[in-house]
Design a protein around this ligand. Structure first.
Ligand code: ASP
Length: 306
């Protein structure tokens, strides 16, 4: 049994840039490593796990290397609509936005919902208005992302082609979890959604219990993958419940992913962090770009976790 880590030893951050059928680029790997360094630096300067998660996800959103913020893919009508959520495990506070347009940092919009309103989830133009009211930066239409997500609408009319297109695509959503020195866990996710989605489709990422969950008494989870299956199994809460019942992150994660595949033919990956610093990164897709760091040695980044 691994030893219980002392308080100051258990600071840790985990970050992912999505799971899917494509290997990560060198630029994405570099960005994940930078993000881990950013998160650990904040925790070492006594900032909270929530601050670390928000800042790390902001960095990924503005990089344009992922399907979030500036790099968000388009829905079938050609518009970017983004989803994001943030949750902390001490008081189970959460905030989320869905169908957000024209805002650079959806994760900060989620934090505004959590801290400045009595609500948990605000949608579409109302979420954008709220974000602008609190001074968030507008996403300029001309902002160029180094990744091109435009769906080839007219070439994907039949199911086989669509399935192939999905298989070849990487989801490239971003997520992070963190544990600070006070023992507080936090989680977040931010996404432009999945390829070939109908306008108005919302995935798991902004749904507390599906895409994200954090509870200091059990663990923190951030999911990525095809949102529909993740929602149907309330994956994040499912994993946290298993940990509350005494399971370690790895068996809890393996079991939940197996269930996802067997019950709903889902595909996903996740970051899972326990209050004692133990963690798991696992996926049932061919690839998942992710990393972890506790501030000692070098950040660890890989695109497969088996
Ligand atoms: N889970 C996200 C969604 O379904 C996509 C992803 O994780 O890449 O919207």
């Amino acid at each position: 049994m691994p030893k219980q880590l002392s308080l100051s030893n258990r600071r840790r951050v985990l970050v992912h840039g999505g799971a899917g059928g494509r290997r990560a680029t060198a630029a994405q790997r570099k960005c994940i490593a930078e993000t881990l360094a950013l998160g650990i630096e904040l925790l070492q300067n006594d900032q909270s796990a929530l601050d670390a998660v928000e800042t790390m996800i902001r960095h990924l959103e503005e990089s344009g290397h992922f399907n979030a913020g500036v790099g968000s893919r388009q829905q079938l009508d050609g518009r970017q609509r983004m989803d994001a959520a943030l949750m902390e495990g001490a008081f189970l506070r959460a905030g989320a936005v869905a169908g957000l347009e024209d805002i650079c940092h959806p994760i900060s919009a989620a934090r505004i919902v959590m801290e400045k309103t009595d609500h948990v989830l605000v949608i579409s133009s109302h979420a954008s208005k709220l974000a602008l009211h609190f001074g968030l930066e507008r996403l300029e239409k001309s902002t160029k992302s180094p990744i091109q997500h435009r769906a080839p609408v007219f070439r994907t009319r039949n199911a086989k082609t669509l399935a192939l297109y999905r298989k070849m695509a990487a989801y490239e959503t971003v997520g992070a979890v963190a544990l600070d020195e006070c023992g507080t866990l936090a989680t977040g996710a931010s996404t432009g959604g999945v390829s070939m989605m109908l306008p108005g489709r919302v995935g798991d990422s902004p749904l507390v219990g599906a895409g994200v969950y954090a509870d200091n008494e059990a663990g923190a989870v951030s999911m990525t993958g095809l949102g529909e299956g993740i929602i149907r199994l309330a994956m994040a809460k499912h994993i946290v419940c298993a940990m509350k019942n005494g399971q370690k992150p790895l068996p809890a994660t393996r079991h939940a992913l197996k269930l996802l595949v067997n019950r709903v033919q889902g595909e996903a990956g996740c970051l899972v962090l326990a209050p004692d610093g133990q963690f798991a990164i696992r996926h049932v897709t061919p690839w998942m770009i992710a990393g972890h760091w506790n501030g000692r040695g070098k950040p660890f980044v890989a695109d497969q976790f088996r």
